[in-house]
Each structure stands twice: as C-alpha cells, then as structure tokens.
Design a protein around this ligand. Structure first.
Ligand code: ADP
Ligand code: MG
Length: 682
C-alpha cells in the first residue's frame, strides 16, 4: 500500500468511513495527509499537579490511582484520581462509560484540559486523555501535551480518529511523500520541504513552525492552481485554430444595430465590445469571461457578439441555467435582432420534444437560445461559430465542453454576475481573458438599503405592506439557509415562515413560496405568476434564480443577513431595482456581534459588487459561515485569496517554471490531480 492507494482499498479501518471521506473530499491515503487542521488546541504547557491554577489549560502526566463509574446521579459520571510526584488530582468525565474499560489503575496517563475548582479543590473536567507506555520516555503524545491539531470534521469522523490515522500514515509512509516542487523555488523562497511541512502542519513543534508549514502549503496551492491555468491557456493558444471573423466588412450593419438601441452603451460596455471584436478577428478562438454586476448590461454585449457571428455566416448558441432565464433572453435578443433579419429560436426542457419532432433536420436558425436542453444530441448546428454561456458558474465542466464540441473550436464568451475580485480571477481563471463591466447604465437608481434591528421588525412589515398597497409593487422575502446546502431543514423553515407571514403579518396580501425542492416546472410556474403580478410577495430560500428580471419587484427583505457573504447579499439585492421605481433592500439580523453589524452596514453605502466582494475578503474571519458560501468559487484549503503578495509570488514562479515544465515529472504528476479537481470555465 502506498500513498496513492484509494481509500476503498485501504483496509477496513478506512472503508468503514467511506461516506465521511467522500464528504471531506478524501479519495486516497495521501489526501489524508493534505487534510489540513483548521486550528490547534494548545496543550503544550505541562504542569505538576501541585502547580495547577484554576482556569488554566494544562497537561498533567501521572499514574491512575483509581477510576470508577458513578451512577448515583442522573448523568453518569466517570471519576478518577491521578497522582504524580507532587500530589493527587480528581478527574471527571460525563457519560463516557467506556472509559473505565480503557483506563485502568496504575496506567501511566497524560491528561490535557481545563482546571476547575470544586469544594476549593482543583480538578480536571473532561480532559483529553492518552495512555502512555510504561517506559514513557519513548512516547510521542499526539492528543495531549502538545499543540494538538483539530481537523475539519464531519459527523462520525472525529478529530481524534483523524489525528490517530494521520499520525500512523506519517510514521509508516512519510518517506513516500516526495517533493514535487523544483528545488530552486524552495531555496529561493526559503520554504520548508514538503514532508517537513506536512509533518509540522499536523504535529507541530511550535506555533512558529505551524506558520512556516502553512506558508509552504499555501504557496503550493496557489502555485499549482496558477500553473494549471497557465497550462490550460497554453493548450488553448497552441492547439486551437478558430475562425477569424471580419468586423470592418460589416461596420455599416453594426452601426445600424447601435443606432436602433434605445440607449447608449456605458463606457465599460464599449470597452468589452472592443475587447470582444479584437478576439473575434483573431485566428485563435476567443475565450473571454464577461464579468459584471447584475444589471450592468451583459446581455446586449452578448447580442452584438452573436450578431457579428451571424453576419459572418455562423450560428451562435446562448445557454442559460434556467428555463425562465432562457425565455427572458429569447425575448430580449429576438426583439433586438429579428428586425435586422436574424432568425432567433428557443429551446427549453418543456419544448424540447416539440423541437425534435417538428423542426427535424431542416431546422434553420442563426441564434439558438436555451437551457441545457441545447446540449441534446438531437440538436445539431450546421456552422456553430460562437458559444455564449450565461451564469457560467452554474454549469459543470462537462456541459461547457459538450456545447463547445458542437462546433469546430467556436469562440467562447462566458458571463457571470458573481463578483470575483481580481486576485481570485487571476488565480482561478488565469487562462481566460477578462472583461469587466464596472459601471452601471446611467439613470439607474441606487437601491436604498437598511440594516433593520430586531425591535423594528414589526414596523418594517407594516411599511412593506403599505408600500405594496400604495405603489402596487412587489416584494421578495428571503429566508435563511439553515445549513450550507439547501437541506430539508432549510425548506421546512421557509415553509413555516411562509405560513406565519401569510396568516399573521400579511393577511391582506397574496403570498407565493419558492424553494429548491420544488420541481423545475412548478418553480417556473411560481416565478411566472409572480412576474404576472398574481402574488404580492414571494417567500423563498436563497435560491432565487440568478438573473431573474422582475421589474415590478422593488422590495427585498433578507432574513439572517449575517449568514451571507456581502457579495451574495449584493446579488440577492440585485433582484430588485430593475425598473424605474425606487427600490429598497431590508437586511434583518438577530446578530449582536459588532463585527457582523459593521460588515452589514457596508451594504448601506457600497453598491458595487466587486467592492463588496473585496471588502468581504478583508473582513472574513476564520471559520465564519459566509466564508464557505461563496457560490461558484473553488474553495482554497490553506491559502487565502486576500493574500495578494503570495498569489503574485506564486504566479511569478509558475510563469518561470512553465516553459521547463516537462523536466519536472513529479510536478507534472501533481498538476494532473489539480486539473481534474479544479472547476474552471473550460
Ligand atoms: P445583466 O448584466 O444583469 O445580464 P442585463 O443585460 O439584463 O443585465 O441588463 C439589465 C437592463 O439594463 C436591461 O433592461 C437592459 O436593457 C438595460 N441596459 C443595458 N445596457 C444599458 C445601457 N447602456 N443604458 C441603459 N440601459 C441599459
Ligand atoms: Mg443577465
């Protein structure tokens, strides 16, 4: 068995926990070594029993004098006395009956935990314990008496278990862990070598060394990601020859398109169009990410791109993640382009069979708009020259590859409203060219945003009711995620809140409910009805479809706003403010943490997605829930996206190494695992 052994084949100790390993993303033994502690418990102060102080966290080394279960009270207590050469101390645990089977009189034991006081006597409550061998000189403690690693856990797989296995693997197979980064990089940056870094990140000798190990592993993570991006970009540039389009030949027609628009492009849109035209005219296919806040006007940019493609005699396809979005795009694009003689068609899940049966082989169109139904092998293109993917993070790598395969290296334009700070874009999407719409169309009103304290909740409800009745506008109410993914618990909570609002707060209004477990068709139906004004308020979990355009909705209420990242709040807020009426966003929170409130306050004054995303990066505290809720973004395990200088250092090293990459076989191997794991737009 070596480190590459898959967990399934690693023996019974491991196979019992297959489900848990899957949750933690651990697929082979080596991955366990790269399962990095989230923090450490400092049990490194070893104290004599007569020196302990109330409230201290210490380790004592001693001999068990006695241990017994005490069933006299309702909770089962395990009571022990432990002695060293300075005294005796009482130790208690709760409800751990098995302890009396594991710990025996006369055992040498190491105990780490907090010192309490009872009847003026110090005692240890529920300490971590570890039996020592009789000749305790040789023994290395791993659960006590040192900096003890605490791991990201999952139900049924404890830190203690992980610690033991990781220790064992390190003992037995540390030598199999081969350095994969060129030695020059290690030397130039004074990095630890990989096996030291891994050993010290798990079982550190000191806090300083943790930081050093962490630095090395963070560098690796960023370095490999960027190296992978550079490789992908290189492949794209070297291997692919595309179809250069002519722009100048059609300048009259393009002028006509501009003149028919009811508005003038923003400067940001103009820049993006210029970038895109340059890409299209080039002999390698475009691979551009168009990033822009909700409402920044990405659709019209994609429309001109599709128009130019059509003028050049090629077809385009636009793929959107939901039926309702596809329909929306169809309407917009068709209105813009059909007067110019472009044939636009729509295919979604619900009309797919109709398309298949009736249109058949002779189906002619210039632009096809649809959901992932466009991926169907029944749908063929004569000359696909451009693929546009809206809300690209909602599609998997396979889907994105599949649609591109329907053409011969078509140009690719992906779009997203997820605000990705530049540093992240560089790391994850370094293989893409980026155009950023950092400017809103003129005349757009800022969405008035308020952080509402709990005492004003009732007032807020009355205000919403009044607004709805007086201005005939509509509102969203977003219920919180209870857990990270949309679990049954979240849905139950939303349903309950829906009932409560319907029966108490908003008796006089019409309410609709939407959540992720509702079938796609019903979901679209609820949204349609909301759009048609059949509901005044839509109560929903945070699944409110990205990109949904309901201009008459002007109020957005978000419950438990503290659980969201700022960028995510901003996206939710972007569901309103789409018409010409003044729109409002009300943030509810029960949190009293100053940090949370400060963070949320930023929503009142900041209205640019990228600014909020960057602020979020800066403010992000370790382990806070919103940190893990950035949708559509790969998670970093060790590194941090706010560490710009390390990102840049890793980028430089990656660029330096790339031309010589073939000389480093270990690095190539490692890179392979990264490329597969990583979500990338291509
Ligand atoms: P998103 O970037 O979120 O996809 P859309 O493309 O849906 O945004 O555009 C939002 C709205 O703004 C649409 O109604 C569109 O017609 C309008 N719009 C786009 N560009 C401009 C502009 N330059 N000036 C005024 N309105 C614009
Ligand atoms: Mg859009």
């Amino acid at each position: 068995m070596d480190l590459q052994t898959p967990i399934q084949k690693a023996g019974r100790i491991y196979t019992r926990y297959l489900r848990q390993f899957e949750k933690l993303g651990i697929k082979k033994l080596e991955d366990l070594l790269f399962h990095i502690p989230s923090r450490y418990e400092d049990y490194s102060i070893i104290s004599k029993i007569n020196q302990v102080q109330q409230g201290e966290i210490v380790t004592i080394l001693g001999k068990v004098v006695n241990i017994k279960n005490d069933y006299t009270r309702r909770i089962r207590l395990q009571k022990a006395q432990v002695a060293d050469d300075t005294g005796i101390i009482d130790v208690t645990w709760f409800n751990q009956i098995f302890l009396t089977k594991v710990i025996h009189e006369e055992d040498n034991i190491s105990l780490s935990g907090k010192i309490g006081i009872f009847n003026r006597k110090p005692y240890m409550e529920s300490p971590e314990y570890e039996l020592l061998r009789q000749d305790n000189t040789q023994y290395t403690a791993i659960h006590t008496g040192r900096l003890v690693p605490i791991y990201p856990e999952t139900k049924g797989l404890s830190s203690k278990w992980l610690r033991r296995q990781i220790y064992k693997i390190l003992q037995e197979r540390k030598n199999n862990l081969l350095e994969y980064i060129p030695y020059s990089i290690i030397k130039n940056n004074n990095f630890m070598e990989i096996y030291d870094a891994i050993e010290q990140i798990h079982f550190p000798k000191s806090k300083d060394i943790v930081n050093k190990a962490r630095l090395r592993l963070a560098f690796d993570e960023l370095f490999l990601l960027q190296l992978a991006a550079i490789s992908r970009r290189n492949e794209w540039e070297k291997k692919l020859t595309g179809t250069p389009f002519s722009i100048t030949k059609f300048s009259k027609k393009i002028e006509e398109f501009w003149s028919k628009l009811p508005f003038e492009l923003t400067n940001a849109q103009k820049r993006a169009v210029k970038d895109i035209f340059a890409d299209l005219a080039y002999s390698r296919p475009m691979n551009r990410l168009l990033e822009g806040d909700v409402g920044s006007g990405k659709t019209v940019v994609s429309a001109i791109t599709m128009y130019v493609t059509c003028l050049n005699g090629y077809q385009s396809v636009l793929m959107a993640p939901t039926e309702i979005l596809a329909q929306q795009h169809y309407q917009t694009i068709n209105n813009l382009l059909s007067p110019l003689g472009v044939k636009v068609e729509l295919v979604t899940g619900s009309n797919k069979s109709q398309v298949n049966n009736q249109k058949g082989e002779n189906w002619k169109f210039d632009i096809l708009i649809g959901t992932h139904a466009v991926l169907s092998d029944k749908i063929n293109f004569e000359k696909l020259g451009l693929v546009v993917i809206d809300e690209q993070q909602r599609f998997g790598v396979e889907q994105r590859t599949l649609i591109r395969k329907k053409g011969n290296n078509p140009h690719l334009l992906t779009m997203t409203a997820t605000p990705i700070p530049r540093t992240i874009a560089l790391t994850l999407y370094g293989d893409l060219d980026l155009s950023y719409l950092d400017e809103m169309p003129k005349g757009r009103r800022e969405i008035k945003t308020w952080l509402v304290p709990p005492v004003k909740r009732e007032n807020a409800y009355r205000w919403i009711e009044k607004q709805i009745l007086e201005t005939k506008s509509q509102a969203f109410i977003i219920c919180p995620f209870i857990e990270e993914s949309e679990s049954m618990q979240t849905i139950k909570a939303a349903t309950k809140e829906f009932d409560r609002l319907k029966n108490t707060e908003f008796k006089n209004l019409r309410l609709g409910l939407l959540h992720g477990k509702i079938k796609a068709k019903e979901k679209d139906d609820v949204l349609m009805r909301f759009r048609n004004g059949e509901f005044d308020i839509l109560v929903t979990t945070p699944v409110v479809e990205v990109g949904i355009d309901i201009p008459n909705a002007t109020i957005m209420l978000i419950e438990a706003a503290d659980r969201f990242g700022l960028a995510q709040l901003h996206q939710l807020r972007g569901r309103v403010g789409r018409g010409d009426k003044q729109s409002y966003c009300l943030l509810f929170t029960e949190s009293t943490s100053n940090h949370s409130l400060q963070r949320l306050k930023a929503m009142e004054t900041l209205h640019v997605g990228a600014k909020l995303a960057e602020l979020d990066l800066k403010l992000r505290g370790p382990g806070e829930m919103y940190g893990t809720m950035q949708h559509g973004m790969a998670q970093l395990k060790v590194a941090n996206f706010s560490d710009i200088s390390l990102i840049e250092k890793a980028r430089l090293e990656a660029e330096k190494i790339f031309p010589k990459l073939s000389q480093y076989s270990k690095l190539l191997e490692k890179l392979q695992t990264i490329t597969i794991k990583q979500v990338s737009p291509d």
